[in-house]
Design a protein around this ligand. Structure first.
Ligand code: ADP
Ligand code: MG
Length: 304
């Protein structure tokens, strides 16, 4: 069992009459990259603000690095870094000048850290260029550099990909992957577009109307979104044996809800159907499922 870095337990948040979070629970494992996915207004920023101590929950409990209670959480938050509101940076300053200012404000003694973080986010060659002349992608990367100054073990990023062009999306994705792999940073990232995070995250938390709709791993998401044939026959036990032994299907799943799913050999369905029939398991259903990420997202967030 890997270490749990954050444990969100039955958290609700009421803003006046608005219930923004309704009994939300999920956990973040050390070393994971967790995608918090849901449409605008779902409650993503509220969860992140509660993790960062910018907003208090109305009910429930938060644990960070095994600590809880305000004092414990504040201590745990020194091991974390949160990019939730739009960046702090000054328009008239360069990347280095902005980071230097932040370093002093945060009381980080190591001057060399600025060069390190500039290199990590690939802004080391921007020289005197002022923040106001940065592309949105560069601005986001400077925000990440700032968050990295204090060598956090956990980074929470609220929609850092929002508004970026495809190239910018790839850059942030590669940067976060590297941070996770090389610097062992655990990451929580939100987006209202699943496909933007689909090549990045190890785990996904789907949220809508303040409720958790689903929590699943990247492998589970991949399985859910891959193409398959749903097969039903009048003898599924026999059918499984035929699919495995005669048709050489390795990726097959016998569903609790009935039927069998095959994830390979989809182009040979005619031969497979014939083999089942001739082997004595008469196919009654042969349905191709072309589920994709977008469909999955819509189903999840709409709860249908
Ligand atoms: P997301 O980040 O997923 O877009 P938010 O967490 O920002 O969602 O908002 C969740 C819900 O809470 C929305 O309905 C939003 O209007 C409401 N909300 C957020 N912040 C406040 C606030 N300070 N006061 C009142 N309502 C708020
Ligand atoms: Mg938000």
């Amino acid at each position: 069992m890997s270490e749990i870095i954050a444990d969100v337990k039955n958290i609700s948040k009421q803003y006046g009459k608005q219930l923004a979070l309704d009994d939300v629970s999920f956990r973040i494992r050390k070393g994971s990259i967790v995608g918090l996915i849901g449409p605008n207004g779902a409650g993503k920023s509220t969860i992140m603000k509660i993790m960062g101590g910018l907003v208090f929950p109305s009910a429930g409990e938060l644990q960070l690095f095994g600590e809880s209670g305000e004092k414990g959480l504040n201590h745990a938050r020194t091991r974390s870094s949160f990019i939730i509101e739009t960046p702090y940076a000054k328009n008239g300053l360069s990347a280095r000048e902005n980071l230097e200012k932040q370093r002093l404000q945060k009381g980080i003694p190591d001057k060399g850290r600025i060069d390190e973080v500039l290199r990590i986010v690939k802004l080391e060659d921007t020289g005197k260029k002022e923040f106001k002349n940065f592309s949105l992608g560069m601005k986001q990367r400077l925000g990440i550099a700032n968050a990295l100054l204090g060598k956090p073990e956990l980074m929470v990023l609220d929609e850092p990909i929002n508004g970026l062009d495809p190239q910018g999306i790839v850059e942030i994705r590669e940067l976060l992957k590297n941070l996770n792999k090389e610097e062992k940073v655990t990451i929580v990232i939100s987006s209202h577009i699943l496909s933007e995070l689909s090549l990045l995250c190890t785990d996904y938390v789907f949220i809508n109307h303040g409720k958790i709709m689903d929590v699943l791993s990247a492998e589970q998401l991949k399985a859910e979104c891959s193409e398959y044939y749903q097969i039903d026959t009048d003898n599924n036990e026999l059918a499984s044996a035929i699919l495995t032994n005669e048709c050489g299907i390795g990726k097959l799943e016998v569903m609790e809800s009935g039927g069998i799913r095959i994830y390979e050999g989809l182009e040979r369905i005619r031969d497979i159907s014939k083999a089942l029939y001739e082997g004595g398991a008469i196919p009654t259903v042969l349905a191709r499922n072309e589920a994709n990420l977008e469909d999955y997202y819509m189903k999840k967030v709409q709860g249908v």
